[in-house]
Design a protein around this ligand. Structure first.
Ligand code: ZN
Length: 135
């Protein structure tokens, strides 16, 4: 199992529309599209930054985990996503090491990737997302 790169950094915002202009017009990133992930009650927009991306996350309902995050801490960095070549092996290794897994099995995330979250308790306070390109 190998770790390839930081795939993206997830930033929770109240409104993608409100903040997208900063990332495109001021910071100068390319917007590459958005999609709604119903299961997570979130809408995401992606901006390309070199080999990685910034993912803006907007809640689509008041009981969305992103809505709760913003309510508690305000908008800001929500998670860091690490791309691996074998998410099943990565999860097994985390499990063996006693890491607190939010997802014991990978689920489907944006871009149809296989993803799983690792609790911040395990990683020094950062919510980690493991992701693998689905083939
Ligand atoms: Zn993400």
């Amino acid at each position: 199992m190998s770790v390839e790169k930081i795939d993206h950094i997830g930033i929770a915002v109240e409104s993608i529309e409100k903040w997208l202009g900063f990332y495109t017009d001021v910071l100068g990133l390319d917007y590459t599209g958005s999609e709604e992930i119903e299961e997570q009650k979130v809408r995401v927009a992606f901006l390309k930054i070199g080999e990685s991306q910034i993912e803006l996350l907007e809640p689509t309902s008041d009981d969305s985990p992103i809505a709760k995050f913003i309510e508690k801490r305000g908008s800001g960095i929500h998670h860091i996503a690490v791309k691996v070549d074998d998410i099943d092996a990565a999860l097994a290794r985390h499990h063996e090491a006693g890491a607190h897994l939010i997802d014991k099995e990978p689920r489907t995330g944006a871009h149809n990737m296989r993803i799983a979250f690792i609790h911040p308790k395990t990683s020094g306070g950062v919510l980690l997302e493991l992701c693998e390109e689905s083939t």
